[in-house]
Design a binder for this molecule. Structure first.
Ligand code: PLP
Length: 394
C-alpha cells in the first residue's frame, strides 16, 4: 500500500520546483533569434540580473550548468600557473578548484571539517604568510549544499583585508542566490557565479557570472581565456555575442519569468520566506534528534543554511528513509553526497517552496521514522507548525 499518488514533492537541493508560470513561459514556439522580442528579453535580463547580485558590475549568461559557470568564472581572470586558495566547507569549492587545476591553475585547499563553516581567522593566517602575494584568487561558496553550511562572506572579506592581500575573491552562489542576502559590491566580492536551477526556480542549463571592476582588470591579462566564456567577446556589439551563438531561448524565457516572480515577491520577502521555512525544518529536526539517531550535520546553529538542511543518520543507512518517503509518500529527499554519502539525507527548502510543501515534506519524514521504527523524538511537525504559527502574523 502507498499514499503516493498526487503531485510528487521534489525536496532535493536542485534542480528545484519550477513555478507553473515559468513552465508556461517556455511553452511557446522558438522565435527568430534576430527578432526585437529576443533582443528585448536579453537586454532586459542583462539590466535586471545585477540587481540580484547587488552589483554595479556586469552579468554574463551562459548556456551551461553550474560547472560551466565555474569554468566561465575562473578562465576569465586567471592565467596558467596562478595559485588559487580554495576554502573548503563541503564539496563545492573543492570541485571548483579541481576544474581550475585541470585548466592549469595551482590549487591549494584550506582544509576544513565538513561540519563547519570556513574559519575567517584561518584565512587571515594563510594570507598573511603569503608575503609574496602568489595567491591570485580565493574560491568559496556561500551555501554548500553537500554539508548544509552557510559561510560568512563579509567576515572572509574582512580577513582578506586584515591580511592586506590583493587576491580576487570569487564566490559560488548556486545554492544561495535568491534565497538569502547577497551583496556583491558591499562585501567586496570580485566574481560571483550562480546557476539557474536552485533558488532561481528555472530549469537547469543557464549559468550566470557577475564581474566587478577588479575582475575586469585581471581579465585583461588572463591567459586561460577561451572564446566561449570570454567576457571581452561577450561585451561585443552583436546580440549573438551575448551567448556566443544561438540564445538558449526557452531557458531565457524561463529565467525572465522567474526573475519577474522574484521581484514581484520582493527579494527581502523571499529571503524572509526562506529563513522561516528553514527554521521550521530545523525545529522539526531538533525534535527528531532527541531519539539519538538523527542529528544536524552542521554543529553550530548559526552556520546552518537557509536553503537546505543536512541530517546525519547515525548507525544506519539513510536510504531506507529516502526510499520510504519516495515510494510510500511521493516525497523525494536529497541523498547525502561527498563525505556524507550513505550517512545523511537532505531536505531542501529552496526556491519555489511554501509552508504546505515544507510541512508536507517534514510530515512524510516523520511518518517514515515512525513506520521504520527509527528512534526519534515525536512532535517534529508540531514544532514546525508552532514556530510558523508564531512567526507568520495574520
Ligand atoms: C548544485 C551546485 C553546484 C553545481 O551546479 P551544477 O549545475 O550541478 O553544475 C555548484 N555549487 C553549488 C553550491 C551547488 O549547490
Amino acid at each position: 500500500m502507498t499514499v503516493s499518488n498526487g503531485r510528487q514533492f521534489l525536496s532535493i537541493p536542485g534542480p528545484t520546483n519550477i513555478p507553473d508560470e515559468v513552465l508556461q513561459a517556455m511553452n511557446r514556439p522558438a522565435i527568430d533569434l534576430y527578432s526585437g522580442s529576443m533582443l528585448g528579453i536579453t537586454y532586459s535580463l542583462l539590466d535586471d540580473l545585477p540587481k540580484l547580485f547587488k552589483t554595479a558590475g556586469r552579468v554574463y549568461m551562459y548556456a551551461a550548468n553550474g560547472h560551466g559557470g565555474w569554468e566561465a568564472a575562473f578562465t576569465n581572470v586567471l592565467s596558467r600557473g596562478d595559485r588559487v586558495l580554495v576554502l573548503e566547507s563541503g564539496r563545492f569549492a573543492v570541485g571548483w578548484g579541481e576544474m581550475a587545476r585541470l585548466m592549469g591553475a595551482e590549487i591549494e585547499v584550506l582544509a576544513q571539517s565538513g561540519r563547519k563553516a570556513v574559519d575567517p581567522s584561518a584565512v587571515e593566517v594563510r594570507l598573511k604568510a603569503d608575503t609574496k602575494h602568489s595567491i591570485k584568487a580565493i574560491f568559496v561558496v556561500q551555501i554548500d549544499t553537500a554539508t548544509g553550511v552557510v559561510n560568512d562572506l563579509p567576515a572572509i572579506r574582512k580577513a582578506i583585508d586584515s591580511a592586506g592581500h590583493p587576491a580576487l575573491l570569487m564566490v559560488d552562489t548556486v545554492a544561495s542566490l535568491g534565497c538569502m542576502p547577497y551583496e556583491m559590491d558591499a562585501w567586496g566580492i570580485d566574481v560571483t557565479m550562480a546557476g539557474s536551477q536552485k533558488g532561481l526556480m528555472t530549469p537547469p542549463g543557464l549559468a550566470l557570472v557577475a564581474a566587478g571592476p577588479r575582475a575586469m582588470e585581471a581579465h585583461k591579462a588572463a591567459n586561460m581565456r577561451t572564446m566561449y566564456w570570454d567576457w571581452t567577446f561577450r561585451d561585443g556589439p552583436e546580440h549573438y555575442q551575448k551567448y556566443c551563438g544561438t540564445p538558449p531561448e526557452h531557458t531565457i524565457f524561463a529565467l525572465r519569468k522567474a526573475v519577474d516572480l522574484l521581484f514581484a515577491e520582493g527579494l527581502e520577502n523571499a529571503f524572509r520566506r526562506h529563513a522561516l521555512l528553514a527554521e521550521a525544518t530545523r525545529r522539526a529536526v531538533a525534535k527528531w534528534a532527541e531519539g539519538q539517531v538523527l542529528s544536524f550535520n552542521i554543529i553550530d546553529p548559526a552556520q546552518r543554511a537557509n536553503s537546505v538542511t543536512n541530517i546525519l543518520v547515525n548507525g544506519m543507512n539513510p536510504q531506507i528513509i529516502l526510499d520510504y518517503c519516495r515510494e510510500k509518500c511521493g516525497v523525494v529527499l536529497g541523498v547525502g553526497i561527498g563525505d556524507l554519502t550513505g550517512k545523511a539525507f537532505r531536505i531542501a527548502h529552496m526556491g519555489h517552496t511554501n509552508a504546505p510543501m515544507v510541512l508536507g515534506t517534514l510530515a512524510a519524514v516523520e511518518m517514515a521514522l515512525k513506520a521504520l521504527k527509527i528512534p526519534h523524538g515525536s512532535g517534529g511537525v508540531q514544532a514546525a507548525i508552532e514556530y510558523l504559527g508564531s512567526e507568520v502574523a495574520p
